[in-house]
Design a protein around this ligand. Structure first.
Ligand SMILES: CC(C)(COP(=O)(O)OP(=O)(O)OC[C@H]1O[C@@H](n2cnc3c(N)ncnc32)[C@H](O)[C@@H]1OP(=O)(O)O)[C@@H](O)C(=O)NCCC(=O)NCCS
Length: 221
């Protein structure tokens, strides 16, 4: 996956691996009323060849060529409790359905929002979809989720439909949003300009927030 990050920003976007799943599922439980389970993410990574999932983490915690990063303060003194999650600040993914990339998940840890990481993840998914010669990107978003809708609109997604009462927890409607052809000059012109203005924001970064995964809540169901 190219074009996901530059050396000037403190973050890196990498392909999601099974080692990332505990941290990803923990964030998922924090942010979504109907979260995917650990098992659901593992199933996606193992068996769904249409799935493309990424995580964002601090560059210094890149998983490439490294063993699993420990989150325990003193791993020598604390007993091992199964796989140790890698540090993950956010994640996203799409399913490739013919020439359509359907974004099925996108989330940033609550302590790391407002720094451009949602945009970094979305731009990475768009870049990857472009590499795969996808025509359009689509997604569903809760009608009340105005922050996420604003993010998607910024990147050229528009409302293309509505699923009435789509969400089983509160029967809220889902807006269906979609792009024009992502290889079109209009889409790419806007996209590249937005990406260019994202890098300085990412470079301003910040390391003050702690990551609290509450990993004990991610037991397999
Ligand atoms: C939506 C989400 C991924 C955004 O992540 P983020 O890292 O905070 O977003 P960014 O800092 O990259 O913000 C990018 C843009 O998103 C929009 N945005 C994000 N959060 C917003 C909010 N709370 N209110 C209004 N706009 C918001 C803005 O357009 C912003 O650009 P701007 O600062 O130039 O106005 C994050 O809030 C999240 O994880 N939410 C819970 C999960 C979720 O709802 N996922 C979407 C499911 S469809």
């Amino acid at each position: 996956m190219s074009g996901m990050s530059t050396n000037k920003n403190p973050y890196i976007v990498e392909k999601m691996t099974l080692d990332d799943v505990p941290a990803v599922a923990a964030i998922e439980q924090m942010v979504f009323p109907l979260p995917w389970s650990v098992h659901a993410f593992e199933h996606e990574l193992r068996y769904n060849s249409t799935g493309h999932f990424v995580v964002v983490r601090l560059r210094q915690h890149s998983a490439v060529g490294k063993k699993t990063v420990s989150l325990r303060r003193n791993p020598k003194r604390e007993p091992k409790q199964g796989p140790t999650p890698r540090l993950v600040l956010g994640y996203g993914g799409f399913w490739l359905l013919l020439d359509e990339a359907h974004i099925c998940t996108l989330a940033v840890h609550p302590g790391w929002r407002g720094r451009g990481l949602g945009e970094l993840l979305l731009t990475s998914l768009i870049d990857h979809a472009t590499e795969l010669h996808v025509a359009v990107m689509t997604l569903e978003v809760r009608a009340s989720n105005l922050g996420a809708q604003k993010l998607y609109r910024k990147y050229g997604f528009v409302r293309v439909g509505l699923h009435k009462g789509y969400y089983s927890d509160n029967h809220e409607d889902a807006l269906i949003m979609g792009t024009e052809h992502i290889s079109s000059a209009a889409f790419q012109g806007r996209f590249q300009a937005l990406k260019a203005s994202l890098w300085p924001r990412l470079a301003a970064g910040g390391f003050s927030m702690q990551v609290d995964y509450q990993v004990t809540e991610t037991r397999r169901r």
